[in-house]
Design a protein around this ligand. Structure first.
Ligand code: MF3
Ligand code: CO
Length: 250
């Protein structure tokens, strides 16, 4: 399928969808504290999305049972919120959220510290975040999609971390997942040419140990096979002739 190019009207709607999502992330980040259940984060996220007049796009997506993905420590992504799962001082928690505003989707993820965390965990979170910024330095009209993938891989490789291969970034717009798929590891081919008006969710998922992941019996939660910590950082961006616009930053 072709990669959609958004009109200026659609870009305005994407900007607003993403701006509202950045507010949801800010609310959740400020609420995080030891003793909180992952379900409470989901409830706060969903309440904020609805208060803003939007719809949580993850809810019921392929049967996903919540609005926010809350993934703790060795959970990579798609952690299902639970009343029983209580955040502890020293944990890291990845929050992945999205919403629909006037038919347009936004998607973003961040990994946060719960209280004081180890220097190693801090570094993993920071390097994962930075790999997104290294990747999108290449995200401009005329470059190729896999320039982004290759830049993320080149940056992460210096640290010896594992780049998750089973899950990738994606185009986004009137659907949560549009073409193209955006791998976070080096590619043989250059991929499609980037054009102004493409909106993309770039989302490196990085493990402190090996890259391998497995799925839990709930059919959603992805965990590292070796039990090492994992971090996630995602924004929805707009491709332009120059620097990309990062639409989901607060
Ligand atoms: N942000 C994720 C993604 O990009 C989460 C969607 S999974 C869901 O694919 F099922 F929870 F929606
Ligand atoms: Co995404």
């Amino acid at each position: 399928m072709a990669i959609s190019i958004k009109s200026s009207r659609e870009i305005e709607l994407m900007r607003e969808s993403c701006r509202l999502l950045s507010i949801v992330h800010k609310e959740m980040e400020e609420a995080i504290r030891p003793g909180m259940s992952t379900m409470e984060i989901d409830m706060l996220g969903e309440k904020t999305i609805r208060k803003l007049g939007c719809i949580p796009n993850f809810k019921n997506y392929n049967g996903y049972p919540a609005s926010i993905c809350v993934s703790v420590n060795d959970e990579v992504v798609h952690g299902i919120p639970s009343k029983q799962r209580i955040l502890q001082e020293g944990d890291i928690v990845s929050l992945d959220a999205g919403l629909i505003y006037k038919g347009y989707h936004s998607d973003a993820a961040r990994t946060h510290a719960v209280g004081e965390i180890s220097p190693e965990a801090k570094k993993l979170i920071e390097v994962t975040r930075q790999s997104f910024f290294e990747g999108i330095k290449m995200a401009k009209a005329g470059n190729y999609l896999h320039d982004i993938s290759n830049a993320i891989d080149a940056y992460i490789s210096q640290f010896g971390y594992g780049i998750v291969r089973e899950l990738v970034g994606h185009g986004i717009g009137t659907k949560l997942h549009e073409d193209p798929q955006i791998p976070n590891f080096a590619q043989m081919r250059r991929g499609p040419k980037l054009r102004a008006g493409m909106t993309l969710a770039v989302e490196p998922m990085i493990n402190m140990g090996r890259a391998d992941v497995e799925w839990l019996d709930d059919d959603w939660t992805v965990v590292t096979e070796d039990g090492s910590l994992s971090a996630h950082y995602e924004n929805t961006i707009l491709i332009t002739e120059d620097e990309p616009e990062i639409l989901t930053l607060y």
